[in-house]
Ligand binder design. Structure first.
Ligand code: TYM
Length: 344
């Protein structure tokens, strides 16, 4: 079992990242430690330059994100924790895969359409080829499982398509004429609950780092007062909570808050409604706020302590990158060979 996943260091880690992905990273790390599997978790800093960015902020966000991930439970001694920029094999493999990926495939990516918007001519080439780098990120390590939130599913399907076409077109045959695939087809691991945490200001938009309103998300670094304020001001409708799940239909904001409560307590939507059904938000919101404060406080404390220690954070990344490079080289060499590229 080889688990690989990444996150862009473009700002704070928020509740959507945590519940949709990072919690699973930690769980899978613990399982992998028990079964001899391996986890690679990285900061997708090369993906972050596909949108306009401020270099000094990218550098500090990268270190802050390492601190946040470690505070959430990613253990740099048990998992390989690194940033893409220190493992040049990612971009090398991306170029090789650019020969296999099709323009039409990339044109269909919803993230490309959303982020480029109407201004496609002005979008960066990196934004368009972004999913090919993402495919390289996982194929480079022969990933078997990729824990992500729902919004990354399409990119993972593309990675599988690229791997399959590359294997079909270029995989060498062994002595018996059997194809020896260059790449493993990775399976996305998407949590059944919390795969899509929505904005606190609009229950139909995902909670996102790029939302201009900080009130739309809970950052894992928010203090208790901020969390209580954001939940209190979260958009809702005037009705009390329903007593069963069917009553949440057509009420995206209410459904989102109930869903967050359910995953944070390890319960279900039904169990939350059994407790709060027929109650107004005046009772439910403070309970949700207090729950979030109590669950996030230990992460916040550890984050505040870690973020001060830049030398340690850089050492984590250096140590992770060294291990990642060693794992990446054999697959990269196999890809060069399969394509007939002569390298001495
Ligand atoms: P990013 O940085 O946007 O998000 C990191 C992880 O958090 C999940 N996520 C969410 N889950 C539930 N609800 C939400 N509102 C929410 N917002 C974010 C994402 O699904 C993701 O799992 N392209 C990726 C980074 C990446 C990557 C990879 C991931 C680069 N290479 C290779 C996996 C494998 C991204 O921008 O995620």
């Amino acid at each position: 079992m080889r688990i690989v996943s990444g996150i862009q260091p473009t700002g704070n880690l928020h509740l959507g990242n945590y519940l949709g992905a990072i919690r699973n990273w930690v769980k899978m790390q613990d399982d992998a430690t028990a079964t001899g599997g391996e986890c690679l978790y990285f900061l997708a800093d090369l993906h972050a330059i596909s949108m306009p960015h401020v270099p000094a902020e990218l550098a500090s966000n990268t270190r802050e994100m390492v601190a946040a991930l470690v505070a959430c439970g990613v253990d740099p001694d048990r998992s390989i924790l690194f940033n893409q920029a220190q493992v040049p094999q990612h971009t090398e493999l991306q170029w090789l895969l650019n020969g296999t990926a099709r323009m039409g495939w990339l044109n269909r990516m919803t993230q490309w359409k959303d982020k480029a918007g109407k201004n496609r001519e002005g979008a960066s080439v990196a934004l368009f080829t972004y999913p090919v780098l993402q495919a390289a990120d996982v194929l480079l390590y022969q990933a078997t499982h990729v824990p992500v939130g729902e919004d990354q599913k399409q990119h993972l399907e593309l990675a599988r398509d690229i791997a399959q076409k590359f294997n079909n077109d270029f995989a060498p045959k062994d002595g018996n004429g059997e194809e020896a695939p260059v790449f493993t087809l990775p399976d996305p691991i998407i949590p059944p609950e919390a795969a899509r945490i929505m904005s606190l200001r609009d229950g139909t938009a995902k909670m996102s780092k790029s939302d201009p309103s900080d009130m739309a998300r809970i950052n894992l670094t928010d203090d208790a007062d901020t969390i209580m304020k954001k939940i209190k001001k979260a958009k809702t409708d005037p009705e009390p909570l329903p007593s069963d799940k069917a009553g949440l239909a057509g009420r995206p904001e209410a459904a989102n808050l109930v869903g967050i409560y359910a995953v944070m307590t390890g319960g279900t939507v039904e169990s939350v409604l059994a407790e709060f059904g027929e109650e107004g938000f005046g009772k439910f919101k403070p309970a949700l706020g207090e729950l979030l404060v109590s669950k996030l406080a230990p992460i916040n404390d550890r984050f505040v302590e870690l973020r001060r220690d830049r030398a340690t954070l850089d050492a984590f990344l250096r140590q992770g990158a060294e291990k990642a490079r060693a794992l990446a080289v054999p697959t990269l060499n196999a890809a060069y060979d399969a394509l007939g590229l002569v390298r001495g």
